[in-house]
Design a protein around this ligand. Structure first.
Ligand code: NDP
Ligand code: CA
Length: 323
């Protein structure tokens, strides 16, 4: 069975232990591309059997359906058209997919096409205002990483929300590329959330549509790209810091795997949100080391090497109310 995870309500938030009726549930998850898991990753402590797509896909769907997010942001999706798009559509979601330009999945024999990012929203909750499919640049040069940005209208509150999903360049040695990709994404988000009105040069002119950015940043909190996001003029905070007792510390891991090169336990995935426009009502706890188990991830019990992140956010009252 998948590990049981409780919802955690950060102190200072409403103590009502049921889903706030205007809260928006957001899930971020790198689901592990089927072609990479079977053909490239080298998860030496995970039996190949546990990676069989016909069973693994149900573990992924079970995880999603357990929490029924209003917004679902995925990375490493290489079964969009044959699996996630039709199934999520039948469950009332509208999806968008953007493949990586040169997906490493294509190097794997019998691949199912390129992997990429996918963004789903629940059609009962949101209507679509605009979509941007971005290929991230670094120092003006196009890279192999992408992002999807959608501006949504919330049918419950009448407010607008901008949502982005991305998957930055992996591996050590690529910190500067990740940082440049992050800078490029922030610049695009700035112009999208400011509705073309201002140039985002100062705090005063910073974006006015509340923003959520979900991603596998492939970067620990010590990296430059993390600092760029936490100090940008967009006023972003990382939701999962609110799990910590001081509210300032990221979880110890969001990904835990064993490759021939060794064990890797690291915090790479984030949900960023505009902190003066949105507040976090609750977050899904990170499983313990015991729950993850000695062979780490993926496993028969959990289908990806990355954990899903999930939080409920609420629009704050205040100046943003005018939106
Ligand atoms: P990345 O370095 O960003 O990584 C791609 C994937 O590999 C990620 O999903 C990542 O997972 C996973 N990964 C990370 N670390 C390891 C590891 N140690 N072992 C195995 N897998 C790992 O790749 P790029 O997007 O930059 O693409 C690089 C690849 O793309 C090349 O290897 C080549 O196959 C292909 N390519 C082909 C081109 C062509 O002309 N045909 C041109 C450019 C690229 P996670 O994010 O979960 O860490
Ligand atoms: Ca991966």
């Amino acid at each position: 069975a998948r590990p049981h995870r409780d919802l955690f309500y950060p102190s200072g938030t409403a103590p009502c232990r049921h889903k706030h009726n205007s809260s928006i549930r957001i899930m971020q998850w790198n689901i592990l591309a089927q072609a990479l898991g079977e053909g490239k990753d080298g998860f030496i402590r995970c039996p190949l059997d546990a990676l069989n797509w016909q069973e693994r896909k149900y573990l992924i769907l079970e995880e999603i359906l357990t929490y029924r997010p209003d917004i679902l942001c995925l990375q490493e999706v290489d079964h969009y058209y044959d699996t996630f798009q039709p199934i999520m559509a039948s469950l009332g979601y509208q999806g968008s997919f953007l493949a990586k330009p040169w997906s490493p999945c294509l190097d794997v024999e019998q691949n199912n096409g390129p992997d990429g990012c996918a963004l789903f929203y629940r059609s009962a909750r949101f209507s679509l205002q605009a979509t941007a499919h971005l290929r991230l640049s670094a120092l003006m040069l196009p890279t192999n990483q992408v992002a999807i940005v959608q501006t949504l209208n919330c049918k419950v509150t009448g407010r607008r929300l901008c949502v982005a999903v991305t998957h930055l360049k992996a591996r050590s040695g690529w910190e500067r590329l990740r940082s440049a990709q992050g800078a490029d994404l922030l610049q695009s988000l700035c112009s999208i959330t400011s509705q073309g009105g201002s140039s985002c040069q100062t705090e005063v002119e910073s974006g006015t549509i509340p923003l959520v950015v979900c991603g596998d940043f492939n970067a620990e909190p010590s990296e430059d790209v993390y600092r760029r996001f936490s100090s940008s003029t967009l006023g972003l905070n990382s939701a999962y810091k609110l799990l910590s007792s001081d509210g300032q510390t990221e979880p110890a891991y969001t990904s835990w795997k064993i490759r021939p090169s060794g064990e890797s336990c690291s915090t790479l995935d984030y949900i960023w949100y505009t902190h003066d426009a949105l507040s976090v009502d609750c977050l899904l706890n990170i499983p313990t080391e015991e729950q993850i188990g000695p062979d780490r991830l993926p496993s028969y019990h959990y289908p990806s090497d990355h954990l899903s992140l999930l939080c409920d956010v609420i629009f704050r009252e205040g100046p943003h109310r005018l939106m």
